[in-house]
Design a protein around this ligand. Structure first.
Ligand code: COA
Ligand code: AMP
Length: 590
């Protein structure tokens, strides 16, 4: 597979922290923690953050963590999450951050795959006004997991104390008091920096591997080229450290670039109002804000006339960046008109770690086209292919691919499963990386991403697998067969809906079934799946070989024209299912 700077050695945490201290920038602010849900605001200079990271690296080293060992981090948006990530990197170990909204089952899957020596977590997270106890979720995940970590290090938050398990759990604060700071451990450019699990088309999440060298180069380059950020500028990615955006643009890239990063433990709305983003931008003189379209849709819904904008001085804000899901043109116009700033849509994936396409604000700002993420970023050779692998002309929609070699930071493999990596990304079109997205390139080279062409959906900027949801629904005793598709949602972009076939002879109240199925998904994947709707169907459209025609169901839901597949077993099932979907209000109006 393509490798970058194969003979190089580095330490990513050194580049993010020690390097700036050595260059005399130690007193500059590295991290601003702003938590409207707890009322806490705190800043860390580069020196202070380096010292905390070195000390926590000492805590980890005392637990036997060394080069190549895995450490799972399951934490809310608190500074200790960033400190833990950088401390793992400092030791040349490999972190695997698991988004705090995932349920124990999901955490257990990741523990089993990564086999961590240590897990770092916290007593609780805070969602709007709700305190969510994390520790019981962690304990349940460890019980469910086949692999047992030797130690758990827990940050006790004042909002809720966790019960620590004697012999296994360690209190973060006490361990830090006695720790000896650890130095940076050099690693090879090709050594893994982290594993970040993302949804594929099956129930098993895939561990995207990020190397050290290629990643550091892409992070540094993108801060200037994509975001036009220089040392000392304030950059805010309003995401979560559990997602790739958080890894790249809350933690690594802004720090490697010598900028100031904002870690925000709050929401775009209700913490305390729809002016939360504007308040943070004004208070810290944020130069570039990066968020998911869903966040802006939520603000627009709550405050359509932008009353909450009043009184906030956004003169430092130069540009707004969005990614994570399709930026629909109405949202694009609303953000642009409300703020009077350029809005840059850029398209990327966990697999790449940075933008595949964008409008390069630090190189040359092109005239934007709503609905397009502009042009490929240097290093990405983006093409559109038909089902047989032939390049399509401008304007024709097909499968979006990237010609190999892939640029720095792109995944070299799936953790422990090169065969899956090859199958999922390289096999379909030899010489190309399959992105899983569909779309087209216009005659001026602008790329339009129209959505996934596989069983991955994007709910409120969170990537989820419908295949995994199907596996969970299929475990319900009343269900014979099922299919989950993503349908359009005004706020969250997409939400999942289950179409289920009952076992012969089973009768069950529709509402009761829907509630039970929603509960199964909430318990197994987490509330973030937003699974609320399911209904019973008499049959599902299938091929003669018995495969459910998921693409067809997606096309019906999207309100698209669709050809009747020649392989269909029972053509009468199509109008029947379309009518049922219409009755349930699931067909997107065009
Ligand atoms: N820990 C625990 N639970 C979480 C969680 C976390 N980190 N994140 C979300 N959840 C829970 C929520 O509390 C909610 O639970 P509920 O069903 O019991 O109310 C559920 O998951 C659904 O959350 P969400 O889809 O986020 O809806 P919401 O109504 O809570 O919030 C938005 C709506 C628009 C404010 C929110 O989705 C948002 O800020 N989206 C932007 C996402 C983003 O930044 N993505 C980054 C990609 S770049
Ligand atoms: P994730 O790996 O969670 O970052 O999700 C990646 C997926 O989100 C992509 O494959 C796209 O389907 C979608 N996505 C991300 N950014 C954009 C964008 N700017 N426009 C359209 N879709 C996007």
């Amino acid at each position: 597979m393509d490798r970058w700077f194969a003979d190089g050695e580095l330490n990513t945490a050194y580049l993010a922290l020690d390097h700036h201290v050595a260059e005399g920038r130690g007193e500059q602010c590295a991290l601003i923690y702003d938590s409207p849900v707890t009322g806490v605001k705190k800043t860390y200079s580069y020196s202070a953050l380096r010292d905390e990271v070195a000390r926590f690296a000492g805590v980890l080293r005392a637990q036997g963590v060394g080069k190549g060992d895995r450490v799972v981090i399951y934490m809310p948006m608190i500074p200790e999450a960033v400190i833990a990530m950088l401390a793992v990197a400092r030791l040349g170990a490999i972190h695997s951050v698991v988004f705090g909204g995932f349920a124990p089952h999901e955490l257990a899957l990741r523990i089993d795959d990564a086999e961590p020596r240590v897990i770092v977590s916290a007593s609780c997270g805070i969602e709007f006004a709700n305190v969510i106890a994390y520790k019981p979720l962690l304990d349940e995940a460890i019980i469910k997991a086949r692999f047992k970590p030797a130690r758990c290090i827990i940050v006790q938050r004042p909002q809720l104390a966790a019960v620590l398990q004697e012999g296994r759990d360690i209190d973060w604060a006490s361990a830090m008091q006695t720790a000896t700071p650890a130095d940076c451990v050099p690693v090879l450019s090709t050594d893994p920096l982290y594993i970040l699990y993302t949804s594929g088309t099956t129930g098993k999440p895939k561990g995207v591997v990020r190397d050290n060298g290629g990643h550091a180069v892409a992070m540094k380059y993108s801060m200037k080229a994509v975001y036009d950020i220089a040392p000392g500028d304030v950059f805010w990615a309003a995401s979560d450290v559990g997602w790739v955006v958080g890894h790249s643009y809350i933690v690594y890239a802004p720090l490697i670039a010598g900028a100031t990063t904002v870690l925000y433990e709050g929401k775009p709305i209700k913490t305390p109002d729809a002016g939360a983003f504007w308040r943070v931008c004004a208070e810290y003189r944020v130069k570039a804000l990066f968020a998911a379209p869903t966040a802006f849709r939520a603000i627009r819904k709550e405050d359509p006339d932008s009353r909450c904008l009043q009184g906030h001085d956004l003169s430092a804000l130069r540009c707004v960046f969005v990614a994570g899901e399709r930026l629909d043109p109405p949202t694009y116009h609303w953000v642009k008109d409300t703020l009077g700033k350029p809005v840059v849509d850029h398209w990327w994936q966990t697999e790449t770690g940075w933008a595949i396409c964008g409008n390069l604000t630090g190189v040359e700002l092109k005239a934007p086209k709503p609905g397009s993420s502009t042009v490929p970023t240097p290093g990405f050779h983006v093409q559109v292919l038909d089902d047989d692998g032939h390049p399509l002309p401008p304007g024709k929609q097909g499968s979006i691919v990237v010609k190999r070699p892939l640029p720095p930071s792109c995944l070299p493999t799936i953790w422990g499963d090169f065969a899956r990596f090859h199958n999922d990304y390289l096999k379909a079109f030899p010489g190309y990386y399959l992105t899983g997205d569909g779309g087209y390139i216009d005659d001026e080279g602008y790329v339009f991403i129209m959505g996934r062409i596989d069983d991955v959906i994007n709910v409120a900027g969170h990537r989820l697998s419908t295949g995994e949801m199907e596996e969970i629904l299929a475990g319900h005793p009343a269900i014979a067969e099922c299919c989950v598709i993503g349908v359009h949602d005004e706020l969250k972009g997409q939400v999942p809906v289950g179409l289920v076939l009952l076992k012969n002879g089973v009768t069950i109240d529709q509402q009761q079934l829907e509630a039970e199925l929603a509960n199964c998904i909430r318990h197994e994947i987490g509330a973030i799946a937003n699974f609320r709707k399911a209904f019973v169907v008499p049959r599902l459209p299938k091929t003669r070989s018995g495969k459910i025609l998921r693409k067809l169901l997606r096309q019906i839901a999207a309100g698209d024209d669709f050809p009747i597949p020649s392989t269909i077993d029972d053509p009468a099932s199509i109008p029947e299912i379309a009518s049922l979907m219409a009755q349930h209000g699931l067909i997107q109006k065009r």
